[in-house]
Design a protein around this ligand. Structure first.
Ligand code: SAM
Length: 231
């Protein structure tokens, strides 16, 4: 049977792709993506012309079965997402779960993720952290925030456009003493990283451009920014 490559693609800056990722994308029989329009920009930038198959939340079950059949018949495929590393808050877990169950060879082609990019510049403890992806939008959100307020490790969250103010307001209630690092539009033209207590960040907000994509990193309980300088 063929092989499935899980290939990381840029999180904004089209240059952030590995040589091997380009090679693999050129060599597979077909590419599985979330959105042909988004992936088309990347693929045409690198002159890659391939058959594309769309896998998203709406068609996941049916498409997963089709892909597994094609791979079993000997075809190699690459799974990519709109940005970063597939399966990190992105579709594909059903596919990879099924491939593993069916003894299909699955190989990573690692590269960018907003998670690791943000953590690497946060200045917060990074050897142990909890990643919670997107908070629930309505039901369960307050409970989750309450749980996280007791978390003793660094917390990494994703937040989408327009909801950053809401999140900062909530953090100023649930975790007022924590240091928060807001990473906006990493690797893109208007990349911006701001740090402070939730209330300080809220005060700065009116002078900030709050459109775009965000990773929010929250310091552990009982951590102060003197922790490094004193040791
Ligand atoms: N699989 C992707 C990864 O590895 O980072 C994440 C996909 S998730 C659907 C999209 C979210 O990731 C955005 O809403 C934002 O929270 C975060 N994100 C993606 N690109 C980003 C960037 N360039 N700067 C900041 N956050 C980003």
């Amino acid at each position: 049977s063929g092989k499935i490559y899980v290939v990381a693609t840029p999180i904004g800056n089209l240059q952030d792709i590995t040589f091997r990722a380009v090679e693999v994308l050129n060599n597979v029989d077909f590419i599985v993506c979330e959105d042909t329009r988004v992936s088309g920009i990347l693929l045409s930038h690198y002159g890659i012309e391939k058959k594309l198959k769309v896998l998203n939340a709406r068609n996941e079950s049916r498409t997963t079965d089709e892909i597994i059949e094609e791979v079993k018949s000997g075809k190699d495929c690459a799974l990519i997402s709109d940005a970063g590393t597939p399966l990190i808050s992105d579709p594909g877990s059903r596919l990879i779960n099924k491939a593993v169950a069916e003894d299909i060879n699955v190989a990573p082609v690692p590269g960018p993720s907003a998670l690791t990019a943000a953590l690497s510049v946060s200045g917060l403890p990074s050897s142990s952290f909890v990643f919670d992806g997107f908070l629930p939008q309505k039901k369960g959100r307050q409970k989750k925030l309450e749980q996280l307020s007791r978390e003793s490790r660094t917390i990494v969250l994703y937040e989408s456009t327009y909801r950053i103010e809401k999140l900062l307001k909530e953090l100023s209630v649930y975790m007022p003493e924590r240091t928060v690092v807001v990473c906006r539009e990493l690797t893109k033209k208007f990349e911006d990283v701001w740090r402070g207590k939730p209330s300080e960040l809220l005060e700065e907000l009116p002078s900030k451009n709050t459109k775009g994509e965000f990773v929010v990193i929250i310091s552990p309980l009982e951590w102060t920014d003197h922790d490094y300088s004193e040791s």
